[in-house]
Unconditional design. Structure first.
Length: 517
């Protein structure tokens, strides 16, 4: 009965913290793109079902977003609800992973609480990005792989269900985001986890996991049904170096110096006590083997991304949080057992001091988490992001500050007149961030079109000709990309980003459209 209440308490804590003010954080450019792709599938699924692959993205997340667009009036919330649901599943899976690794019930609930409140998890489960779904399926593949290597299957026939399940979860991870391939290569390493296995049994489990990895690759190859399959890999060259560039041309000299920065992302977003506890588990007899395997998986996933990546944002490394979180709670359990169960510290005073240390560690973790979650939920501009995230989520063109407000302005203006709206760019925050709010609504009086320009220097001919049919014409542009000479009186409104970053501006270009030939 107590267990049931603890589960209910964590679920309620999760839902309350993640659903509250879900739309308050400005739409991010990738969110806008993904939601628009899902809306296009609703409009013409034959043309757009695999459209994401043209941009180097596997399509599962977009497919799951699609039906949700039918059930919510706020399309941004519709997209983010998927991540909230994924996150709740992640929390429950973390508990099962700890159980499979030998953690007691209290340790399971601590892992679930960490997965609810630690900044890395919290942020990723409140935005409509692919990384949370990727991490969930990698967690499920790891869980079923654990069951496979720790079970007592006598032959292939008995092991087949778990091999298949592990392979399917791995394939779904690849369908969620292509970097799951790095996990596929590491999967057979799980066979080294059980300490008491004969060489024959260990080789057998290695082969089982190899088959599961093969199923995952086979599922990736199923996407060849789309002509865009080749784009999955050609587009990746925009974001990563090839192995020859790293090894032959020496690009590793550019990526390697950034490793401390990438490692610090985990300290910032999982808190340093969690990271230190994870590493401390390597020095404890009861956890060394498990923690070593966990950290090896974190390295196997993160190292290729950080070594090959031209640009590496923290969210790319989210799957590494699985293994740091698990290692930290298992280390805490082992430390507790050493002091209080095995009575290695016989002095009562020493035990009290250790108990206070535990309280201080957990207090630091939850205080840092509360600071992040409170800011992100109620004052997004004050969210303590690392520098790379602060720029992309709050300060750069990729931040959606003012987008929802401008959408509301357009809807209000369209009640009484026809309005044509030009935006900078062709996709992303603009114009996709605006367009997602108008899907399946009455747009008879609304025309929104991206100019394809950044910076904006002119109004393109294709827009001008359509805009001549409207009563009023607007230009939506970021202030640092505005090079069209207009009188300041034409500035209708602007929405400025924090830290003196560029503002999103709304300009009246009705006269410029009318003057055009």
């Amino acid at each position: 009965m107590k267990t049931r209440y603890l589960y209910l308490g964590i679920i309620l804590t999760y839902l309350l913290s993640h659903l509250w003010n879900l739309s308050v954080f400005p739409v991010f450019s990738d969110e806008a793109i993904y939601i628009r792709w899902s809306q296009l599938i609703l409009d013409d699924w034959k043309q757009y079902l695999f459209f994401a692959m043209n941009d180097g993205k596997t399509p599962l997340f977009i497919w799951l977003l699609t039906p949700l667009q039918l059930f919510f009036s706020n399309q941004l919330v519709a997209g983010r609800i998927l991540s909230v649901a994924v996150g709740l599943a992640q929390v429950l899976v973390m508990g099962q992973l700890v159980k499979q690794l030998g953690g007691r019930r209290q340790t399971q609930f601590l892992a679930m609480l960490f997965s609810t409140l630690l900044p890395f998890w919290f942020f990723s489960h409140r935005v409509a990005l692919m990384d949370g779904l990727l991490t969930l399926f990698l967690s499920l593949a790891f869980w079923s792989g654990l069951r496979l290597v720790q079970g007592s299957q006598k032959n292939l026939r008995h092991a087949a269900p778990l091999i298949t399940l592990t392979g399917i979860f791995t394939g779904l991870a690849v369908w969620s985001k292509l970097p799951a391939i790095f996990f596929v290569g590491a999967l057979p390493l799980l066979s080294s986890l059980p300490a008491q296995l004969s060489r024959e049994e260990r080789v057998r489990r290695f082969l089982y996991l190899g088959v599961a990895a093969g199923i995952g690759i086979f599922m990736l190859l199923l996407l060849r049904v789309s002509p865009a399959f080749g784009q999955l890999f050609s587009r990746s060259q925009d974001f990563t170096y090839s192995l020859s560039e790293i090894m032959v041309e020496g690009k590793w000299t550019q990526t390697l110096p950034s490793f401390p920065t990438y490692f610090a992302y985990f300290g910032q977003y999982l808190t340093w006590p969690v990271v230190v506890l994870s590493l401390a588990g390597l020095f404890m007899d009861t956890t060394r083997r498990k923690v070593a395997i966990l950290l090896l998986f974190a390295v196997a996933f993160c190292l290729p991304i950080t070594l090959l990546g031209k640009v590496v944002y923290p969210r790319y490394l989210l799957p590494g949080a699985i293994f740091f979180t698990l290692a930290s709670v298992l280390t805490l359990q082992a430390m507790h057992d050493q002091i209080f169960v095995l009575k290695k510290a016989k002095s009562m005073l020493y035990q009290v001091m250790i108990a206070l240390l535990f309280a201080a560690i957990l207090g630091n973790i939850f205080t840092a988490s509360a600071s992040f979650t409170a800011a992100f939920t109620f004052a997004p501009n004050a969210t303590p992001f690392v520098s790379a995230d602060r720029q992309q989520y709050l300060e750069e063109w990729s931040s959606g500050h003012g987008i929802s407000e401008v959408a509301a302005m357009i809807k209000e203006a369209a009640k009484t007149r026809k309005i044509a709206v030009a935006t900078e760019g062709r996709f992303g925050t603009l114009p996709d961030g605006l367009l997602l709010f108008f899907h399946r609504t009455n747009t008879e009086n609304i025309y929104i079109e991206g100019t394809g320009q950044y910076p904006v220097k002119t109004l393109p001919e294709f827009f001008v000709q359509r805009a001549k049919l409207a009563n009023q014409s607007w230009l939506i542009v970021n202030s640092h990309r505005m090079e069209l000479p207009l009188d300041e009186s034409k500035l209708i409104r602007e929405f400025c980003r924090p830290n003196n970053a560029p503002c999103l501006q709304v300009w009246d270009v009705t006269d410029e459209v009318k003057k055009a030939p």
